[in-house]
Design a protein. Structure first.
Length: 402
């Protein structure tokens, strides 16, 4: 089977283009003719030399997933069969990795597999939440509605993630640039001043002598420092992969003064959004809690949700076990309790999620506003201190000459 790139027009004159898989060019033309497309261009796509090298293939992004989910929902709502909808989306998708994935999913569905089972074979793109909601939609006959909810959920989850990334990126970039500038000054600039100061024949001021000593140390041990940093990063990542290491690090993160509160708010927003989406889609509460726990993003929060699930299985309400933890504030558990008693748990969870999305946004803005003067102080104190220390001997010499 070969891949053919085609372009053509419909009976109404609309221009279309895409790719399809066929045994030869004649079969490809027959397939397009069946779809009432007048072919204007058809040629075999040249093979990609790197198609079997996974890390050189484009990754499937959340944007790709949202577009697919929304378009697929619209097609199902319009009455298109699953296979036809998957075929159309597979041909229109620009991401080559996602296109090949959709072709495989189409083949599985054509072979008699359910859509949820076909999606479940690609867990890196379609996680357990996506697959279980699709399964619930297939059973309940509301697949188009489920896909719309999934698209909205993915968009909001991506927005939350981008807020956190934005908050972390700014200080990391500023500190990184400051470290690079200081390293350049230490290794290349200060030695020039040191040679000049040696011709003065006088003892250097204490700040200048400290900076010169630091420069000599950095210049003589830079390779050890870089090697040590690489080893530290490697060891940290290796420790992070262990169950005890991941648990200890996640526990420390939750206890940090500012970031800890932010992580808790993110956890609450993610928990309520995920659980609300699954409950409103008809997924049983115990199954929904299990999937929600796995998507928590923090081992401590995951353990709390699993403990709550065990308590609920024994007959307790959702709010009772959650209220005994320090992850979920009293307001959240009370609102969940009201939602349970009124039979509107899904709507209440969505309201909590919206509220905490706004809380995360406000916390990130406040944290950024607080970090800006601290970072400016760090930059001014470090780089400015080095410059002043280097010019002290020159000022002293000028004063002596005066």
């Amino acid at each position: 089977m070969s891949i053919y790139v085609w372009a053509g027009k419909t009976k109404k004159g609309r221009s279309l283009k895409g790719e399809l898989e066929a045994a030869d060019e004649r079969i490809a033309r027959i397939q397009l003719k069946k779809r009432n497309i007048e072919v204007t261009k058809l040629k075999q796509k040249p093979k990609d030399l790197f198609e079997n090298i996974s890390f050189m293939q484009p990754k499937v992004t959340n944007k790709d997933l949202v577009i697919f989910t929304r378009q697929f929902s619209t097609m199902i709502d319009a009455g298109l069969p699953l296979v036809q909808g998957l075929n159309i989306l597979g041909e229109q998708t620009e991401n080559k990795t996602f296109r090949n994935m959709l072709k495989q999913i189409t083949k599985d569905v054509e072979g008699g597999s359910t859509l949820a089972d076909a999606l479940g074979k690609h867990p890196k793109v379609f996680d357990s939440l996506f697959v279980n909601l699709v399964a619930a939609g297939e059973v309940g006959g509301i697949l188009d509605t489920i896909l719309q909810r999934l698209a909205a959920y993915i968009e909001k989850a991506e927005k939350l993630k981008s807020q956190i990334k934005g908050a972390m990126t700014y200080p990391i970039v500023v500190v990184g640039i400051a470290v690079i500038v200081i390293a350049v000054i230490m290794i290349f600039v200060i030695p020039v001043f040191q040679d000049m100061f040696s011709s003065f024949g006088k003892a250097l001021p204490v700040p200048t002598q400290v900076v010169v000593s630091m420069s000599e140390f950095v210049k003589g041990n830079i390779h050890y420092m870089i090697g040590g940093l690489i080893v530290f990063v490697w060891a940290f990542r290796r420790y992070r992969r262990t169950s005890s290491g991941k648990r200890n690090i996640d526990s420390i993160l939750l206890k940090l003064p500012i970031f800890g509160e932010l992580i808790k708010k993110v956890a609450v927003a993610r928990f309520t959004r995920t659980l609300g989406t699954m409950v409103s889609s008809g997924v049983p509460i115990l199954d929904a809690l299990e999937i929600t726990a796995k998507t928590a993003g923090n081992v401590i929060v995951e353990e709390v949700i699993f403990d709550a699930r065990s308590s609920i299985a024994e007959g307790q309400t959702i709010a009772e076990p959650l209220s005994e933890t320090d992850i979920f504030p009293g307001m959240v558990t009370q609102m969940i309790s009201v939602g349970e008693s009124t039979g509107a748990l899904d709507a209440m969870l969505e309201k909590i999620a919206d509220f905490y999305d706004d809380e995360v946004d406000a916390t990130v803005s406040a944290m950024t506003s607080m970090l800006e003067p601290l970072l400016m102080l760090f930059l001014g104190g470090s780089i400015g201190g080095l410059v002043v220390a280097m010019y002290l001997p020159i000022f002293q010499m000028a004063a002596a000459m005066g």
